[in-house]
Design a protein around this ligand. Structure first.
Ligand SMILES: [Zn+2]
Ligand SMILES: [Zn+2]
Length: 150
């Protein structure tokens, strides 16, 4: 996730919800009701795993739906609409956006890597090929090379 993309996400959160600084600790990725559920139809058709929209017993985020929106934004920016939630502390995502990037690493085990600079090459390459905003800046040739390295 580039800085620009983070700013875009932050602006969108702000626009929908107002002050995001308070955050939320009540939700996790398995139970949160996605923001798009309000539209009555799932917008994620590429996912390999079920969207929370299709699950029963999800909960509406008590902080004005902010976690559902985080769920939607990060899922939308994933090439397969399937972020690796086990790599992030979900409850921190709305006010510690620097952690958002770890959900674009396909391999598990990166949850406690504290900073982007400390990620290994495999993680960085996976981010480049699964984060849509970054991937869209690369051409086919770049992507092919990255996939070979990975
Ligand atoms: Zn959905
Ligand atoms: Zn929440």
């Amino acid at each position: 996730m580039s800085l620009v993309q983070f700013q875009t996400n932050a602006a969108e959160l702000q626009r929908h919800i107002g002050n995001v600084a308070t955050g939320c600790t009540a939700c996790d990725h398995e139970t949160v009701r996605p923001f798009h559920a309000a539209a009555g139809e799932c917008i994620f058709r590429l996912r390999c795993s079920p969207c929370n929209f299709t699950k029963e017993n999800t909960i509406q985020c008590p902080s004005q739906g902010i976690c559902g929106l985080v769920y939607d934004l990060l899922t939308r920016d994933h090439a397969m609409q399937d972020p690796t939630w086990s790599n992030v502390h979900f409850e921190r995502l709305c006010n510690r956006p620097c952690e958002q990037i770890n959900c674009y690493i396909s391999n598990p085990g990166y949850i406690d890597v504290p900073a982007f600079e400390l990620l290994d090459l495999t993680a960085m390459i996976q981010i480049c090929t699964t984060n849509k905003s970054i991937k869209d800046t690369l051409d086919e040739h770049d992507t092919r090379i990255l996939n070979q390295v990975c």
